[in-house]
Design a protein around this ligand. Sequence first.
Ligand SMILES: [Zn+2]
Length: 103
Amino acid sequence: MLQIHCPWCGPRAELEFTCGGEGGIARPLDTASLSDAQWGDYVFMRKNPKGVHHEQWRHSSGCGRWFNALRDTVNYRIHATWRIGEPMPVAEGHAGAAARSAA
Ligand SMILES: [Zn+2]
């Protein structure tokens, strides 16, 4: 069974967690100015990469808190977890925050 490291509780069994999909998606500030296509992109369009993916997870059967994770979609390995609001750590196979700010 996979062990997931909750940033508050430490390592726990994966059965205690729920995946909330892609992480790091900020809600647009001025939603009234968005076109239907832009709003649709924000609400529905998500990446589906083969490899390391930034996701949000919830320790639903533990502390109940949300956190970020870098998970490899090929082998299910979780490279890093960190609290919401903290910077993304640099993890193996993923450039982390440096790649996001350069994009
Ligand atoms: Zn927890």
